[in-house]
Design a protein around this ligand. Structure first.
Ligand code: ARG
Length: 328
């Protein structure tokens, strides 16, 4: 995670990674059912310890209870908890087709990667499912699912995030939060005690983003500032980009790639979570993640009220003008 100006361009290691084929797609059964129980809706995206509005760089303990670290000896990638036994990550975080998954670990409920984490849990990995259409050249579909070996019990420090449903609409200018233990500059590792970092960045339209990259697909979403200085960076990959609706947080992106980090006018690129509901629902077993329609017109800094909620709460006249406003 980077929150200041940075040095020279670098394309990042993620662009050179070979294709990943860990799963035999012929055995996949797609179950296009989107379960969304009222209970589950209340359960996802709530961070009981996240009481701040604007903040510094160190995330307070428990601020992002879905944040996980994928460990390969040490920290390798971020990931996000979406149910009691599944996490979302990036496909390019698994570049080694023959890797022994017994050597990998998932850290949950951790704030520091070095200090004691009284609220932390560690899990081994039972299954990794990279997206079958992940393209290691363009990084299209840079998304993967991880099943941990045994479920976690939700606490204030370990909780699932909501996922953006297909009808979500995140306009450019929408402020989103990105969290991770990645480098704080293209060549500057996160200093001891490696406290989870958070940064708030505006979403940039795909057309504007395409000015910085050869291939930006509709499966991607970008974020960055004209002045640069705030971005995800190496080691943040696989981690979540989340937007806020009141007290509920919804993941709209997965950290994927970027040219350098935090350079002016060069946004970071994220897998667009709202494109993947059917794939995710078809592969996740047991409890299902909760998909939430995340709509933001980009003119706000905090999306105080969920639009689909206000649709039901507002009187008809207001509803009309609200809808028109959102569609413009
Ligand atoms: N590919 C990097 C990783 O594996 C993430 C790079 C994100 N870069 C950016 N400028 N936002 O950790």
């Amino acid at each position: 995670m980077l929150d200041k100006e940075t040095g020279p361009f670098d394309v990042g290691h993620c662009v050179k990674i070979p294709p990943v084929t860990l799963v035999d797609e012929s055995v996949i059964v797609h179950r296009p059912q989107y379960r969304q129980t009222p209970d589950a809706e209340k359960e996802c995206g709530i961070a009981p310890r996240n009481t701040r509005i604007v903040g510094g760089e160190d995330a307070p303990e428990g601020a992002w209870p879905w944040q996980a670290s994928l460990q390969r000896g040490g920290h390798s990638c971020g990931a996000s908890l979406i149910t009691d036994e599944w996490l979302l990550c990036a496909a390019h975080c698994f570049p080694f087709p023959n890797e022994n998954i017994n050597t990998l670990r998932i850290l949950l409920g951790h704030q520091s990667l070095e200090l004691e984490n009284p609220n932390g849990e560690v899990r081994t990995i039972a299954e990794i499912i990279p997206h079958p259409d992940f393209n290691s050249q363009t990084l299209d579909n840079d998304i993967a699912l991880i099943r941990i070996s045994s479920p976690v019990t939700f606490t204030d420090y370990i909780r699932p995030v909501c996922l953006a449903a297909p009808d979500s609409d995140v306009a450019d200018g929408t402020n989103v939060w990105i969290t991770g233990w990645g480098t704080i500059g293209s060549d500057e590792s996160l200093p001891s005690p490696q406290t989870l970092q958070e940064v708030e960045i505006p979403v940039v339209s795909n057309s504007e983003c395409a000015e910085s990259y050869n291939v930006i697909t509709s499966n991607m979403i970008c974020a960055g500032r004209t002045e640069g200085g705030r971005d995800s960076c190496q080691g943040d990959s696989g981690g979540p980009m989340v937007g806020q609706n009141g007290s509920q947080w919804t993941q709209v992106g997965v950290v994927s790639f970027g040219r350098g980090c935090a350079l002016p006018d060069i946004p970071g690129v994220y897998a667009r979570v709202s494109e993947y509901q059917s794939w995710i629902s078809g592969r996740v077993t047991g409890r299902q993640p909760t998909f939430v329609t995340f709509i933001s017109d980009g003119n706000n800094t905090s999306n105080a009220v969920a639009p689909h909620l206000s649709y039901y709460l507002l009187p008809p006249l207001l509803t009309l003008s609200f809808t028109a406003h959102v569609l413009m």
